[in-house]
Design a protein around this ligand. Structure first.
Ligand code: UT7
Length: 334
């Protein structure tokens, strides 16, 4: 009897039309294109500008893109997970609304929050449901409207983040494809270095917190950078060793797009050729929960059945990890 593994069988994505370029940011804060490009690799990012639309708008568009492309009946979906750090509302899970809007009327839904590692952790959760045999179709969406928590007067954060969404479908596989292994970690030391101070149960919203701009994300970039570089490289190297993979065996690195220098440090430690490192940070910036599925969508045509992919992420909390997955389909034949 073949063991059931959890494979990704379809992907979809959505980014809003509005482009915020480095050149426009130069007119908003004391920064310049050269600094942003050399320190981060980012050239532009997308922002959701339409009023009264939240993260669910991005998530629904990404899910609909997947459903159209893969020709799936949404009624067959068992579970919708939305990985996000910017839910529509603090209470009433975004995934529940998304599931209803896309016609997944037989599914249940919930949100998963682990900052920039939300999607990677979500892949672990979705895969476990499939491997256990409990569900057959799990839709995992990574979506964030980062512009809703960014202070566009703070040059240390507003140059980094953008809005976007991506979706993947997990299904059972009996050919040994899909998720092979994972290393997931977290460390509470991180919460001082990347956070939103107010709006939670410690410091609920008040006139004071709004006046003090405490509802925006703040980070100690230098410290986060140091932890990100060493931790993401460590787990990526470990997962290769544990699975007897050398740099030739690895087809692709799909890493969280926070800073090109962090990704470069990880791929150097893995001794990977640059051509195997998927990158789109220059176009979207850091879209938090959406970076990994946006990469899968943008480079879907390159991914071939049986390809060995290492995923890696690092985020606030701190949260981080890596996953080894064998790609399950050739997109041209899909
Ligand atoms: O996805 C979740 C996890 N988040 C991350 O992984 C982000 C990790 N951190 C980073 O990517 C980087 O630390 C940043 C991109 C945020 C900052 O880059 P850095 O190379 O660490 O710069 P820095 O904070 O050390 O600042 C260097 C200099 C400073 O000036 P002085 O003190 O040397 O005079 C900053 O004030 O650059 C200045 N600076 C800027 N200059 C122009 C900071 N932000 C800007 C800016 N434009 N936007």
């Amino acid at each position: 009897m073949n063991k059931v593994s959890a494979a990704i069988t379809a992907v979809g994505a959505y980014v809003p039309d509005f482009v915020l370029s480095n050149q426009v940011l130069e007119t908003m804060v004391d920064t310049n294109d050269e600094w942003i490009t050399t320190r981060t690799g980012i050239k532009e990012r997308r922002l959701l500008k339409e009023p009264n639309k939240g993260t669910s708008h991005l998530a629904i568009k990404a899910a609909e893109n997947l459903i159209d492309k893969a020709n799936i009946d949404p009624k067959d979906i068992d579970l919708v997970i939305v990985a996000t750090a910017t839910p529509d509302m603090p209470v009433a899970a975004t995934a529940v609304f998304v599931a209803s809007e896309i016609g997944a009327t037989n599914a249940f839904g919930y949100d998963l929050q682990a900052a920039c590692s939300s999607f990677l952790y979500g892949m672990s959760t979705a895969a476990s449901y499939i491997e256990s045999g409990r569900y057959k179709k799990v839709l995992l969406i990574g979506a964030d409207k980062m512009s809703s928590i960014i202070d566009y007067e703070d040059r240390t954060t507003c140059i980094i983040f953008g809005d976007g969404a991506g979706a993947v479908l997990f299904e059972p596989n009996t050919e040994g494809l899909g998720v092979q292994d994972e290393i997931l970690r977290s460390d509470g030391i991180g919460r001082e270095f990347l956070k939103i101070d107010a709006g939670g149960s410690i410091l609920p919203a008040s006139e004071e917190t709004v006046k003090n701009k405490q509802h925006f994300v703040r980070q100690d970039g230098k410290t986060v950078f140091k932890y990100a570089v060493s931790n993401m490289a460590d787990v990526s190297e470990q997962i290769m060793k544990r699975n007897n993979l050398n740099n030739e065996d690895v087809s692709w690195l799909i890493a969280h797009q926070a800073n090109k220098r962090i990704i470069d440090a990880t791929s150097r430690r893995m001794k990977l050729d640059d051509s195997k490192v998927l990158m789109n940070i220059e176009r979207y910036g850091n879209t938090t929960s959406a970076t990994l599925p946006l990469l899968m969508s943008d480079f879907e045509n390159k991914l071939k059945k049986g390809d060995n992919i290492i995923f890696a992420a690092f985020g606030g909390g701190f949260t981080w990890g890596s996953m080894y997955l064998k790609w399950a389909y050739d997109s041209n034949s899909n």
